[in-house]
Design a protein around this ligand. Sequence first.
Ligand code: AMP
Ligand code: MG
Length: 418
Amino acid sequence: MIQLEDAIRRILEQIPRLGLERLTILQAQRRVLGEDIIAPRNIPPWDNSAMDGYAVRWTDVQKASPEKPVVLKVLSDLPAGRIYKGRVGPGEAVRIMTGAPMPRGTDTVVQVEDTEKAKDAVRIFAGPGKGKNIRRAGEDVKAGERVMVKGTVLGPAHIGMLASFQRSFVSVYQQPRVAILATGDELLEIDESWAGGKIVNSNSYSLAAQVAACGGLPLQLGIAKDRMEDLLSKIQEGLIADLLLTSGGVSMGDYDLVKEMLKKLGKINFWKVAMRPGQPLAFGIISGKPLFGLPGNPVSSMVSFEQFVRPSILKMSGHQNLFRPTLKAELREDIEKKTGLVHFVRCRLYREREKICASPTGEQGSGILSSMVKAHGLIVIPKELKVVRAGEVVSVILLDPTFLHTPLPSYLSFAGAG
Ligand code: AMP
Ligand code: MG
């Protein structure tokens, strides 16, 4: 028996990060940045007006008031995107639009609401503070500043910032290709005609979806019969991927050949991990590619994926933080178990006023896939505990944060959004 954290540590030690590739910035969404991003220039590049109004010399307007307006000669109309070539002298102003660069000689913008247009001139009714209504060069980003570091997960704001630097392409970590092989003579493909005694191969689908959900590229190898030649040839096909998954055939059983096959392929560890579900696990490296032999039971396969494969895929993809968030929740039902194994209890989560509550999703057998369907999280019950009572606070691995979404947040008051 190996402890959960030993298994995770030993696995992650052997998982490499993948290389980098260049993508368009939109393709790079949700990917991990493979380079530091240094600002090539100031943003904004020059002092510019934060308002529609008049660019003026503060000394001209400091005493302006509604009773004693100051009259300035208007030299030009300056839209955003144009530069005023001349220089503004005493008694002069330029009509300026938001975003237009400040003309030479000016130091302040009077907003249009405090002015009145006169023929070739403007009456100013109020003098703002010196330097008001200007966005300063470099106030957002300074030239040479390191704006993003290698390892940042790219989202819409990062992509917008890259665009503002005129970066069309960016370097990111490659996405791991993950080959998935189901094993078992009893398995039926999704589109095969229904037959007595058979079990539909659902693991290949839940696993492929888990791979995709954490940023990997699933590659379906189909089903291998419980025969050495079939297993070996399908695994060989999988070696084009960066990582391989098999499901089934790692427990004790007459037809469990996966173990034997893996032994032929190289040095593979066979562990009984002190967890439930998902005790049996094979892990090793074949032809330089990590391989996980996951258990066949549908819930075990998914929970083992969560514990071992997801952090591995995230590491390969360049992520720094490999684990899901956990949160504290108030347990709503007693849970009893034997000591010795960490239990992952599928639970529904819900908010009651400011509190988060967790209720187990019914029957917790490793074949009960509906317990996962209903789950927002996995309650982690430490191995040494025998019982946790309703009302106690438990730690929950957050699988699905959508339970926190709301039809209407408290800062909006209209009657529902649909
Ligand atoms: P095994 O680990 O191969 O003994 O499988 C344990 C249980 O999981 C058996 O009831 C299998 O039928 C079931 N099982 C194995 N592989 C799959 C699969 N790909 N999809 C759904 N159930 C499976
Ligand atoms: Mg089997």
